[in-house]
Ligand binder design. Structure first.
Ligand code: GLN
Length: 379
């Protein structure tokens, strides 16, 4: 097998799901909901199944889906998105990120990645032949050091990856931080690849700023997003890349030869979700705010320190006081003995970090209560 495969392992997130299943533990590792998407989407899926949508869709996305998607993006961001020029529909944002990386980078190019990072980014960099330059977002604040960022840009990176809201830290980048990155990206002529899958899960008073909306930034931003989290349909594998017409013309080729296209009947059904009124998104955020408060209350009761997430649905919990040398041991022990599974923090950090476990709270209230009660045994 190719030597590049030696430099990364299988996903720890997905590995922890398998471990949770093996022990019958509550899985707060891989971030996905244990509740169904809205009824309207299920009904639309039935209609799509009964229709004539069972062959390939247009490679870069079914026209109806792209039109609805462009409209929805314009509604929230104000960007004049052309469904025929600015979008490629992908198999989840996982493919979108790979497409973005392969579109932006030649082998050997450098890419700035903030650490902690969503584990796919390092693998994406290796698979596309790019070399990551890591800039720490140090816990518990998860602020970057401007000087370190400036130095990273001086290494002439081809792109910077921003996950906003951030998995696993829950950080929501402020407009000022994004403007600082924009200034550096402009100065060094760098692509900005943003992963904004949690854009609708941002807790007050924090606000989501989509990087492409910053002055002059649309042309250099490659936005990766998906419907997975916003409509609770992680298994539908519907994502997209949004970028300038010039970049999209190239991204379409990468996507075409990687996967041909996302599932046609699912694109057809998902149009209904893209047309949901604003109240849907308000309801979603309210639900997640309640889940966050409920789960964090339990964590607070355990006495383990944590950083309150500003967005997304993850929390990094400091388990130093449990006395494990390795976070992987701690996560396995917790799965076996406590019956709750999280992801060892080390899988998200470049730096040697062994004192954090990431839990997610995209679960029904009763699941969160059951997990919370078990976690209280840690005290
Ligand atoms: N984004 C989710 C997480 O971080 C899961 C993503 C995946 O497994 N594809 O847990």
């Amino acid at each position: 097998p190719a030597t590049r495969l030696k430099s990364f392992s299988e996903s720890v997130i997905r590995g922890m799901t398998r471990l949770a299943n093996q022990y019958g533990s509550i899985n707060l590792a891989q971030g996905f909901p244990d509740f169904n998407p809205p009824q309207e989407l299920l009904a639309a899926l039935h209609r799509a199944a009964d229709g004539m949508n069972h062959q390939y869709a247009v490679t870069w996305g079914a026209p109806r889906f792209r039109q609805a998607l462009a409209k929805k993006i314009t509604r929230f961001s104000g960007l004049p998105v052309d469904p025929d020029k600015h979008l490629v529909v992908t198999c989840g944002s996982t493919e979108a990120m790979m497409v973005a990386m392969m579109t932006a980078c030649n082998p050997g190019d450098k890419v700035i990645v903030f650490s902690p990072f969503y584990e796919n980014y390092a693998a994406d960099a290796i698979l596309s032949g790019a070399e990551p330059i890591f800039v720490p977002l140090s816990p518990p604040e998860f602020k970057y050091d401007s000087e370190a960022l400036r130095k990273a840009f001086e290494q002439k990176p081809k792109a910077i990856i921003i996950c906003n809201p951030s998995n696993p830290s829950g950080k929501v980048f402020t407009r000022e931080e994004l403007m600082e990155i924009a200034t550096l990206a402009e100065k060094h002529d760098t692509f900005v690849i943003t992963d904004e899958v949690y854009e609708h899960i941002v807790y007050a008073p924090h606000k989501h700023v989509s990087f492409a909306t910053l002055p002059g930034m649309f042309e250099r931003t490659i936005t990766c997003n998906s419907l997975s989290k916003t409509y609770s349909i992680t298994g539908w594998r519907l994502g997209y890349v949004m970028a300038s017409a010039e970049v999209i013309a190239q991204a379409r080729k990468v996507h075409d030869f990687l996967t041909v296209g996302a599932a046609a009947p699912l694109q057809e059904a998902a149009v209904v979700g893209l047309e949901f009124p604003d109240s849907y998104y308000e309801g979603l955020l309210k639900e997640y705010s309640l889940k966050r408060d409920l789960f964090l209350d339990y964590i607070a009761k355990t006495g383990l320190p944590y950083t309150e997430p500003q967005g997304a649905y993850y929390v990094l919990v400091d388990i130093s006081s449990l006395g494990f040398a390795r976070d992987t041991e701690a996560a396995e022990w917790m799965t076996r003995e406590i019956g709750v599974t999280g992801v060892p923090g080390s899988s998200f950090f470049r730096e040697p970090v062994n004192h954090l476990i990431r839990f997610h709270f995209a679960k029904q209230e009763e699941t969160l209560r059951a997990a919370g009660e078990r976690l209280l045994k840690l005290t």
